[in-house]
Design a protein around this ligand. Structure first.
Ligand code: BGC
Length: 301
């Protein structure tokens, strides 16, 4: 393993400073959020899912029992710089597009998947989104912009939740690892269907760097790697991950999962690898499922 000095990962500058316990406010107490929808009564199984990525932001209304989209999947580019204010305004616009389809009662749970670990609604690390997000309370930022109660979850955790419940990981016992490969590399770890949140495997050290800076979809293009070369390196990363977590199934999601036919034959792993059933839409579906759970007082973690 390379010496620690060669490490170029996000620590410590890109990481939120730990907050003293007493300073962490319960999420539900944010003024704007709690005022608008105190305890939503769910009239249906519909929830709004929003997936904030480094490149695009997507949203749709979702039937959380089946994972079916109840509206079109709307997408806009992530604003640059992707500050909390700019992203919140873009999300507001996206939600207005969903609303324009006429199916968004005020008590609809709203879930947002974000590219970073989230503690008490706050983003703790921001590798693929503006650094102003570090320490920002995402649930409050979006709650204010939308005038609705919003629940925030890591984007890969959200994608994994969808796949575990209605997709490629359905009924799979043991340890299931969802890896999303896009602008970054995200991970969602599930043990017997239960989420172990915020695992952040894309930041494991790989050849002296953050793994995602060498192996994400964006990194593959930046490095002009052909699929075979990328798959060989990605297999080495998988070997490392498998050595630590011993998954029984690996689900690949994110933009790169759509192209599994181009590189699947070169991937090597102990556990079987399957593509996400909902490909790049799992993040929206899982964010909606998470919101529906939290609105009912359930936490999937
Ligand atoms: C973030 C993760 C996220 C992944 C994919 C990484 O840079 O730290 O939280 O899941 O990108 O968006």
């Amino acid at each position: 393993m390379p010496a620690r000095a060669t490490w170029t990962g996000p620590y410590p500058s890109a990481v939120a400073k730990p907050k003293p316990k007493s300073a962490v406010k319960p999420v539900a107490k944010t003024k704007s959020a709690s005022k608008s929808v105190a305890k939503p009564k769910l009239a249906s199984n519909a929830a709004l899912g929003i997936d904030v990525g480094g490149t695009g932001i997507k949203a749709a209304l979702v039937d959380v029992t089946t994972g079916a989209l109840l509206t079109k999947r709307h997408r806009v580019n992530t604003p640059q710089p992707s500050t909390p204010d700019a992203v919140a305004q873009t999300v507001r616009h996206l939600v207005s597009l969903v609303e324009a389809e006429g199916r968004l009662p005020t008590n609809t749970p709203v879930g947002v998947g974000l590219p970073g670990p989230i503690k008490d609604g706050r983003l703790m690390l921001a590798a693929n989104i503006d650094k102003k997000w570090i320490g920002a309370n995402a649930e409050e930022v979006f709650g204010k912009a939308l005038g609705r109660r919003v629940f925030a979850i890591n984007d890969a955790d959200a994608a994994g939740l969808a796949e575990i419940r209605v997709g490629a990981g359905r009924k799979q016992p043991g340890t299931v690892l969802m890896l999303t490969i896009g602008t970054g590399i995200g991970s969602g770890l599930f043990v017997d269907g239960k989420l172990v949140p915020d695992t952040e495997m894309g930041h494991l050290e790989f050849k002296g760097r953050d793994a995602e800076t060498r192996l994400s979809g964006v990194a593959r293009e930046r490095r002009s790697l052909r699929w075979r070369a990328w798959a060989n390196e990605f297999s080495q990363f998988l070997a490392r991950v498998e050595m630590y977590f011993w998954p029984d199934l690996i689900i690949l999601g994110g933009g790169v999962s759509k192209e599994l036919d181009k590189y699947g034959k070169w991937l090597k792993s102990r556990a079987p690898i399957v593509p996400a059933q909902y490909l790049n839409t799992s993040g929206i579906i899982g964010a909606a499922m998470y919101a529906a759970d939290r609105a009912r007082g359930v936490d999937p973690a």
